[in-house]
Design a protein around this ligand. Structure first.
Ligand code: PEP
Ligand code: MG
Length: 586
């Protein structure tokens, strides 16, 4: 048994077999069982890999004989002979059938069997031939793996995915119904893969250096996404402990059921709308299940990431309308225009510039859109067209200078005029909002507020850019401090400027999912919160235990704690909340 401590990225406890996920091109042998419906397809995959491997070796052999002569030139002949030996392929096929294992696993077994025979021989030359066997086996496995685009198609039964790192597009490509949990060597609480795990309600721990090298597919692992603990090959007492924690989590979650159909309210009846952050893959039924009061952030870039291209205007109209139609008439959706860039990159696609040295400081988000007006216009037209079907507002991400807001508004006005002339039906008074996620935007919030209708605080990026801490880098995660006085001050400035102009203030960053921070932000003046859907019930519960006055007092105290460290500020708020909401796990 080995115990590891990482960063708790998504709540919940789970136990299951490890599945080592590696990016294409890495050396590894995924081993998993298949069911009998897949035997034929595994056998044909195996046959293809043998054929491809034979061709590769023949051309290597031809290439070699051009350069050398004599026995060296014939070293590949024995490889071809092995690959053409019907016994070898038949043994692999039988392994697939008898052991119900994947082709890679079968090749690995047979390679080991043959290599062991050679390794046991007395003759040194023949003993050396074991290396040839391994060589062929590795090549076959590489070819088998090269056929699939990612590890996703190889996951056939429930497992805990252990990876070096997962990009957002890799995470969404995995078969969700089979993923029990995630553990990654790298990444942080606000990396997009962590956000996706939270959105899916899948326990996740990130930042366990080298676990993907240490663990092996099939080994048992316990994941506690609430505490950040991971146990590999656990003993019985570790399993019992996990079951106890998980039973407590479950019974507390069950107790939240009654809040599902109620709106977010403080103890003294002040409304605190709790909205959902979604993307194109969110099941809208999940929003009913948690009692979301609307959608405060629709991350549209996931449409691009899942299609690996720009969706057409029609495809976008369809996607946005579908979400609108699944909300009730009084519920609103905030659609954020494309936020590609940073870690959200479409590989091999011109849509995103993935060659930048500093993608988080580069051609990301609104910057990309303002340089690609055709893409921007198609998206704005699609959003406007969808607005005919319900309550919708538009959100601009990553605004850092006033000119960007002005340019974006101008393009939006052009699209409004165009659709008007085309006689298309849409909401001409659609509201436009600015994400405050760059410190400069917070500092010029007064000017921005005059040219938009609402602000949405993107605290994930606001913290990253204010503190110069890469939100993905686990080695500096301790410096990523939501309660840092500098972050608090920027939020205060934003709220004041927004309210003076009559703008509503939402928080859509992950700070909203932490009840401690949500209460503090409410006390600072935030009007509504948008978060990972699964966290809505807990946050709703906590708000029902406090009054507005409690929250305002907490915020006032924090303002006077400027000289304190972030962890002291956080601990103060947490202790206060533990008093106000006893028994709630914080
Ligand atoms: C944020 O930065 O807080 C935010 C909500 O945007 P994203 O996490 O998509 O960058
Ligand atoms: Mg952001």
């Amino acid at each position: 048994m080995r115990v590891f401590e990482g960063l708790p990225a998504s709540n919940g406890q789970v136990a299951g077999p490890v599945y080592i996920f590696r990016k294409k091109g890495c050396e590894q042998v995924p081993e998993y069982e298949i069911d009998d419906t897949l035997i034929d397809s595994e056998i044909s995959r195996l046959a293809d890999a043998f054929a491809l491997t034979r061709n590769q070796i023949r051309s290597l052999s031809a290439e070699l004989s051009k350069r050398v002569s004599g026995t060296e030139a014939s070293i590949f002949e024995s490889h071809v002979m092995i690959l053409e030996d019907p016994m070898v392929i038949e043994k692999c096929q039988r392994n697939i059938k008898d052991k119900m294992c994947n082709a890679e696993w079968a090749v690995n077994n047979i390679t080991a069997e043959y290599a062991a025979i050679f390794e046991g021989m007395e003759d040194e030359y023949l003993r050396e031939r074991a290396n040839d066997i391994y060589d062929i086996g590795n090549r076959l496995i590489r070819n088998l793996q090269g056929e699939s685009d990612s590890g996703s198609t190889q996951i056939l039964k429930p497992c805990v995915v252990v990876a070096d790192e997962l990009s957002p597009s890799e995470t969404i490509a995995l078969p969700r119904h089979l993923i029990l949990g995630f553990v990654t060597d790298r990444g942080s609480m606000t990396s997009h893969a962590s956000l996706i795990s939270r959105a899916l309600g899948i326990p996740a721990v990130v930042g366990i250096v080298n676990l993907s090298e240490i663990a092996r597919t099939g080994e048992c692992v316990l994941v506690d996404g609430t505490s950040g603990k991971v146990v590999l090959n656990p003993d019985q007492s570790a399993i019992d402990e996990l079951n106890k924690t998980s039973a407590f989590t479950k019974s507390f979650n069950d107790s939240l059921e009654e809040l599902k159909n109620k709106q977010g309210l403080t103890k003294d009846g002040i409304s605190v709308p709790l909205l959902a952050n979604i993307d194109s893959s969110t099941a809208m039924t999940d929003l009913y299940a948690v009692g979301a009061e609307g959608v405060g952030l629709y991350r549209t870039e996931y449409l691009w990431l899942s299609l690996k291209r720009e969706p057409s205007e029609e495809e976008q109209v369809e996607a946005y309308t579908r979400v609108l139609r699944s909300l009730s008439a009084d519920q609103e959706i905030t659609i954020r225009v494309l936020d590609l860039g940073g870690d959200k990159i479409i590989m091999d696609d011109q849509c995103a510039n993935n060659k930048e040295a500093n993608p988080f400081l580069g051609n990301r988000s609104i910057r990309y859109l303002l340089r690609n007006l055709d893409v921007f216009k198609r998206q704005l037209r699609a959003i406007l067209r969808a607005s005919a079907h319900g309550k919708l507002q538009i959100l601009y991400p990553m605004i850092s200078v006033l000119e960007e807001l002005r340019e974006a508004n101008k393009i939006l006005d052009d699209c409004i005029l165009e659709l008007h002339q085309e006689g298309v039906c849409f909401d001409e008074g659609v509201k436009r909002g600015v994400m405050i996620e760059v410190p400069s935007a917070a500092l010029i919030a007064e000017s921005l507020a005059q040219e938009c209708d609402f602000f949405s605080l993107g605290t994930n990026d606001l913290i990253q850019y204010t503190l110069a801490v890469d939100r993905l880098n686990e080695t500096i995660a301790r410096l990523y401090q939501p309660a840092h006085p500098a972050v608090m001050r920027l939020i205060d400035i934003t709220i004041k400027a927004g309210h003076e102009n009559g703008n509503k203030i939402t928080v859509c960053g992950e700070m909203a999912t932490d009840p401690v921070m949500a209460v503090l932000l409410f006390g600072m003046g935030v009007d509504e919160f948008s978060m990972t859907p699964n966290t809505i019930p807990l946050v709703k519960k906590v708000f029902s235990c406090i009054s507005r006055d409690d929250a305002v007092k907490m915020a006032d105290k924090v303002r006077s704690m400027n000289a304190k460290q972030a962890d002291q500020i956080y601990q103060y708020c947490k202790n206060k909340l533990l008093e106000l909401a006893p028994g709630v796990p914080l």
